[in-house]
Design a protein around this ligand. Sequence first.
Ligand code: HEM
Length: 521
Amino acid sequence: YIWPSPKLDALESLRFDLDRHSFASLLKPCDLFISDGSNSGRSNAADWIRNAYHDMATYNNADGSGGMDGSIRFAEEQSRAENAGDGFKNTAKVLFQEANRYISVADAFAIGAIMAIENCGGPDIAFRGGRVDAAVANSPGVPEPEQDLDSHIASFARQGFTPTEMISLVACGHTFGGVQRDPFPDIVPEVNDANNTESVLHFDTTNVHFDNNVATEYISGTTQNPLVVGFNDTTNSDKRIFGSDGNVTMRSFANDPTLYASTCAELFARMLDTVPKGVQLTEVIVPLPVKPDGVLFSLDGDTLKLSGQLRIWNTTNGSRTVRLLWDDRVGGANNFTLFSLKVNNNAPRTPAAWYLFAPTPPRTSFIPLDPVAGMTTMRFSVDGMLEDQGGVGFAVDDRVVFSESSCRTSASSTNLAARYDVAPFNSQVRNGVNPTRVYLEEDTFNDVPLSVVIETDIPPPTQPIVPNPAYKIWSVEVSVNLTNPNDIIKYSIGAEINGVKITDNGKHILTDLPLCPGVSS
Ligand code: HEM
């Protein structure tokens, strides 16, 4: 795809920039559970994979209802016997924080499952974005271990999978985790093990690692899988499912780890792409080779500051000469050599080198621009090679920017108050149309919960402050009573120009603003 595309940019980053998103650290090491324990017998990785399957398993291919739509986040679904255990609540707590206007909860659930599989020994899984979050719970439909084989075949058929695919998908999921005593006391006895405090009987001996041991141990007769050799045969659903084709599929997996991995990669992708009728998923998202990130303008009096970073994918070489070349509004061609910031190893997957929009050495963390000239399009030169997305360049928008004259009007840390100054451009100086609306945007969740953007209009000032010929300043006062002291209040800048909404996608954090003159701390 062509940058910028805020939704694809955000999905691509969450999917690939492992070192930038704290949730990925919850998989390092793979036996980590929540954030601090590795002696519970449980793992975040297993929870996130089961979470995705249970979100999808409500799908009904007769009418296209259910599927991956984040509905497993609702207490109504979590309280059903088919969703026993606290794994879904645990998963939502972590992955919810990655959701926003561009990333649905369901997309975050899908990415969480992919991260878990890929980072814990599994194959690459194709990811498409664009899942849409349900506003209400789906009908029940997740298979349960005490159901008979015919019910399971019917259940997987409703979800869109053949009997052979059923065997495969269960074998692919049950390479991770196991069955816990607490929600399944009829399947699991107390294990009395200090390294397994939640009494989990695991599906295979490598329960935090993707591999075909679930099949080799089953075929060799050494399996301890509690759904195969459980003392209560009624709940031995894996035994009935794995054996339902005379062990043909399980034997092929035991004999061929590559076949197992490629089958799982295909079925996991299909599972995650099972979405309600009418939902249009994006193309498979692959990493952009050269990608600007966090590109933001702000106005500081007479200077238009540009901040941001550039990511060069699939390299451990952080010492290339990277220059930003840009076109401005007055016909100028400009360039600036970027500062080599770091190489992220993104372990265990593809590394990337990052360059900061700053001088070397970084005396500032921005590139100063003339506000009248501004910037329209970026290109990059990497060791002399032009990177311009096949000629179109990387378009930027400097028409409405944050002004650094913004400040806090109260020093209180609970009764927050600030004046946000926003600078729309002056169309008399720069050819173009004036914004008809300027507003602050707050990304949040409503009571459902669904992601919403709350807009706070900024009224046009009667006498706008004019810091330079190119921009005027509009101001708005906001005040927030913090009920949770850990909440971070932040806004982006939005505007409507010619009927089209634009956003700076900035995160202008209220408590980061300086105190206004005359306000004492
Ligand atoms: C007939 C179909 C299935 C049945 C009856 C079944 C049943 C179960 C049960 C009873 C547990 C124990 C849950 C717990 O104690 O927290 C479990 C765990 C798990 N299931 Fe399944 N499952 C089925 C299919 C699948 C599929 C298709 C996947 C994924 C593709 C999957 C992934 C998992 C994972 C990763 C766990 C481990 C969770 C953890 O350790 O926290 N299951 N399953």
